[in-house]
Design a binder for this molecule. Structure first.
Ligand SMILES: NC(=O)c1ccc[n+]([C@@H]2O[C@H](COP(=O)([O-])OP(=O)(O)OC[C@H]3O[C@@H](n4cnc5c(N)ncnc54)[C@H](OP(=O)(O)O)[C@@H]3O)[C@@H](O)[C@H]2O)c1
Length: 336
């Protein structure tokens, strides 16, 4: 028998009070069913979008996670037991498993993938080479169709997806405006990511800063939603594009929130606003990975880690991300 600790969603969190809504439980794992795989998780990926799964809203991109079940999240680890011939014991894999010591999942479970063992640091599979990277690449190069010389603004720019979106836009020859909260993040954007314009939305007037952009903002890669969106829309260039990647400022809300007041600019400036969702494109993983790996190998794409140790500290890490204390990718290292 294998003992497994896991986080259970007991109730719908109010705001960011995750400790009241999730609890750490322990179980003895049953034998695998046919087609299942068991994975010892090495690292868990903290992803802002998973906040939506905790809510009761049924109009999100995923149905609510049922109460009393294990919290679902992305992780990297090695197969310890298998009843699926595609996944050998010892294989390095990534999947949407459980916030737990061990993930038990069907071999054809969502996002289940064998990983490239030539990468030195397996954390990269939930870092620059992982799904945040694929998301940034998809949004910048396809949804927004960024062209050389264009001005590209990115919100939550010092976080995982945003840091990568800034670098990908730069790699495609765009001029980049990074928007993030606080002076430390502003410095990171300017010095580590090399953006052309860094804006600290907590201490600067975003609208006034964007008003200086000659010709306006061609592309806005939005990770945040309202109210920041309202400060960006009036400064969009004619025929600008807004790629809606995420709405992290509103994931706490149990009800839909009002849209932008400056919506009339969509017509006046002939804007295109389009949401995109990476899980719709998982069949293109090979192409995304090859592009990102090439940039990473050339030293043109990287992502720092904001690492917390221990499964028992998952909620601390999760709260760090959603309250904006992180620079780069928030992960949890499991201590075994
Ligand atoms: N469409 C897709 O397929 C897809 C896939 C992956 C991720 N995403 C989206 O990408 C976004 C970033 O996710 P991530 O997992 O990479 O997390 P992250 O950016 O590493 O962390 C979240 C960041 O959001 C910012 N934030 C939180 N509350 C905010 C608020 N009220 N106003 C403004 N900014 C706020 C914080 O930065 P500041 O300190 O700068 O506020 C924080 O660092 C999320 O919206 C997520 O849903 C979308």
């Amino acid at each position: 028998m294998v003992t497994n600790r896991f986080w259970r969603l007991d109730s719908r969190p109010q705001g960011q009070d995750f400790a009241a809504a999730l609890s750490l439980q322990q179980e003895e794992l049953p034998p695998l069913a046919d087609g299942e795989v068991r994975i010892r998780n090495h690292y868990l990926s903290m992803d802002a979008g998973t906040r939506m799964w905790m809510s009761a809203r049924t109009d999100g991109y995923n149905p609510p996670l049922p109460l009393g079940t294990k919290m679902v999240g992305l992780g990297v680890g090695r197969v310890t037991e298998t009843r699926d011939p595609h996944f050998a014991e010892g294989a390095l894999v990534r999947c949407f498993g459980q916030w737990a010591d061990y993930t038990t999942i069907a071999g054809d479970g969502f996002g289940m993938a064998l990983l490239d063992e030539t990468v030195d640091d397996e954390r990269e599979h939930i870092g620059a080479l992982g799904l945040n990277g694929w998301t940034a690449l998809l949004g910048i190069s396809e949804t927004a169709a960024v062209r050389r010389g264009e001005w590209v603004a990115v919100s939550a720019a010092a976080g995982a997806t945003g840091s990568l979106a800034c670098q990908i836009a730069r790699n495609l020859g765009a001029r980049v405006i990074g928007i993030a909260g606080g002076p430390e993040k502003k410095r990171y954007l300017a010095e580590a990511l090399g953006v052309d314009v860094a804006i600290d939305y907590r201490n600067q007037d975003v609208s006034a800063e964007l008003a200086r952009i000659d010709g306006g903002v061609d592309v806005y890669f939005d990770n945040v939603g309202m109210p920041l969106l309202d400060q960006v829309i009036p400064h969009m260039a004619l025929r600008g594009r807004i790629a809606v990647c995420g709405l992290v400022a509103t994931y706490d809300s149990e009800t839909p929130l009002p849209g932008p007041a400056a919506f009339d600019q969509v017509l006046m400036k002939r804007l295109r606003i389009e949401g995109f969702f990476l899980p719709d494109y998982l069949d293109r993983a090979g192409d995304f990975y090859a592009t990102l790996r090439a940039w990473a190998d050339e030293g043109r794409l990287s992502l720092p880690f904001d690492q917390t140790d221990g499964l028992e500290n998952v909620l601390l890490a999760y709260g760090r991300m959603l309250s904006g204390k992180n620079i780069g990718k928030v992960i949890v290292k499991l201590d075994h």
